[in-house]
Design a protein around this ligand. Structure first.
Ligand SMILES: Cc1ncc(COP(=O)(O)O)c(C=O)c1O
Length: 336
């Protein structure tokens, strides 16, 4: 079986990321309902540019790009994209030029992830209403005309190569379980959006003997490559399995994709996110973001309050990062 170590890999992050219990939170939530044992996997501490899950994917994406002789990275995302911010930093670490194609227009003043993109030296291309990467081919051609060797990093870093970061992450978790850092979780709860994290976890769980229920919380209802998200996720998982020589075909029913917490839509901050951000910050001194990890942590709290876990379950909240966006959502988070 091909293990991730056989794929070219750049060294970017600090791994393993910490994994620890959330005892104060458990005690607090346990006043109202039976509360499972709670653990947190700190990919917000992955070590590059204020952390996040994308660093894991970028180790494989930029490893492959460098093996192919590329000197420039091009990717696309929203104005507050965590993926773009971590790509800009990863490019800086790797001595590569970085071009980001961001939806919308330049704001009067950059904040949050966008401010960091600029600090990491990325060239920003504003795409206006073209929010699906329509401008990418033209930018790549222009870079080639200038003599650069560009590599196109997919939206959210979600290709089979990118998802390999989370295949490896499940090996890291298996090591931590073996070392007694936490019991084998009954459930892993995390944000599922462009699919690489989810696909890599599912394939990595199979390869590394992780028996947890992999519980993806859907963040948005975007289509990907003309497919509904569940179909895209299934296809990406099958590609990732094939890349790792895993002889298994996945179907839609093999995924837990929870769409109950979409709220007002992508990036719309509601009471769920506001309460979640304040609760984790005040109870454990940990920051989650308003778009991804805050929504997922809010979902987890709602599930605990609804009695969806048994008291003797162990639940791992996989913190995928995103904290810089907090500063871009100051208005929505005011008065918490
Ligand atoms: C902070 C954060 N968490 C989770 C995700 C979702 O990961 P994926 O795109 O692999 O589904 C993202 C994606 O942008 C993110 O920025």
């Amino acid at each position: 079986m091909t293990q991730p170590a056989d794929l070219p890999r750049a060294q970017l992050g600090f791994f393993p990321t910490p994994l620890h219990p959330l005892n104060r939170l458990r005690e607090k939530l346990g006043h109202d309902a039976p509360c499972p044992s709670l653990f947190i996997k700190r990919d917000d501490q992955s070590g590059v540019a204020i952390g996040g899950n994308k660093v894991r994917k970028l180790e494989f994406l930029l490893g492959q790009a460098q093996a192919d002789g590329c000197d420039t990275v091009v990717t696309a995302g929203a104005q507050q994209s965590n993926h773009c911010r971590q790509t800009a930093a990863a490019a800086a670490i790797s001595g590569m030029e970085c071009h980001l194609v961001l939806g919308g227009e330049a704001p009067e003043q950059a904040s949050g992830n966008l401010l960091l993109d600029q600090l990491f030296g990325a060239t920003i291309h504003w795409a206006g209403a073209h929010r699906k990467g329509e401008d990418l081919p033209e930018i790549v051609e222009e870079l080639k005309r200038r003599g650069r060797k560009p590599c196109l990093v997919p939206y959210g870093g979600s290709s089979a190569v990118g998802a390999s970061g989370f295949v490896a992450a499940m090996g890291e978790l298996a090591d931590q379980v073996r070392a007694g850092v936490c019991p084998m979780p009954n459930h892993i709860v995390f944000a599922s959006s462009s699919g690489g994290t989810h696909a890599g976890m599912v394939v990595g769980a199979e390869i590394h003997g992780i028996t947890s229920k992999i519980h993806g919380i859907s963040i948005d209802k975007e289509e990907h490559g003309g497919l509904t998200y569940p179909d895209w996720l299934t296809s990406l998982t099958n590609e990732t399995a094939a890349l790792h020589n895993l002889n298994r075909t996945y179907a839609r029913e093999d995924f837990v994709l929870d769409e109950r917490f979409l709220g007002g839509g992508y990036g719309v901050v509601g009471e769920l996110e506001r309460e979640a951000i304040a609760l984790l910050a005040r109870c454990e001194g940990i920051l989650v973001d308003p778009v991804y990890s805050g929504r997922v942590f809010g979902a987890l709290v709602a599930m605990i309050r609804a009695g969806e876990f048994a008291a003797d379950d162990s639940v791992l909240f996989w913190h995928t990062g995103g904290a810089p966006a907090i500063f871009a959502y100051a208005k929505e988070l005011a008065g918490i």
